[in-house]
Design a protein. Structure first.
Length: 181
């Protein structure tokens, strides 16, 4: 039997998927994945029905529908006064994990380092690995989960190509601001 690619050797199955399988198997409440216990707003359901009735049943272009990209560009202009060409600068992905993987695959070369704030979402390490990067970890310490500037500064070097920083931080929930890192 063929062996998997070496880049996969230190990766494991998603904890979220594993916990979802266990919850299904044992008929338990699944707290590992976002399953809302309410329906979408009626307007969203009606819009989906209208789109299907109008023939919107085919795969769209891979970087997102033009109308959605134009709406995103307009919002970025309205909220942040930023100008983006929706045909050149905006890509819509099917989820944040895919967006992170796409981004890292676009900017990271083998041997480049990517700083990951830990604890971290389970999708970050595989994305860095698939891009050929080397992860560098900067830990947030409980209970405050504050980002220590000296620790972060020390993680950067000539090989640093990217940093994955999200706020609110997933999974700690920490909100980073200039006043409160």
């Amino acid at each position: 039997m063929p062996q998997p690619a070496r880049r996969l050797t230190h990766l494991r199955e998603s904890f979220i998927r594993e916990m979802t399988r266990l919850a299904i198997t044992h008929q338990a409440i699944n707290l590992s994945q976002g399953f809302p216990d309410f329906d979408p707003p009626r307007e969203v359901i009606n819009a989906a029905h209208a789109a299907l009735d109008a023939g919107a049943i085919h795969n769209g272009i891979t970087w997102g529908s033009p109308a959605l990209r134009q709406a995103i560009a307009a919002k970025m202009k309205r909220w942040y006064n930023l100008d983006f060409d929706p045909d050149q600068h905006i890509t819509v992905t099917c989820g944040v994990t895919e967006a992170i993987a796409d981004t890292l695959m676009s900017v990271v070369n083998p041997g480049d380092e990517v700083i990951i704030i830990e604890p971290f979402h389970e999708g970050y390490l595989p994305a860095v690995t698939f891009a050929g990067g080397t992860p560098r970890f900067v830990s947030l310490e409980p209970p405050a989960y504050a980002l220590e500037p000296d620790k972060l500064r020390a993680a950067f070097n000539a090989r640093t190509r990217a940093i994955i920083l999200n706020s609110p931080h997933n999974p700690s929930g920490r909100v980073f601001t200039r006043a409160r890192n």
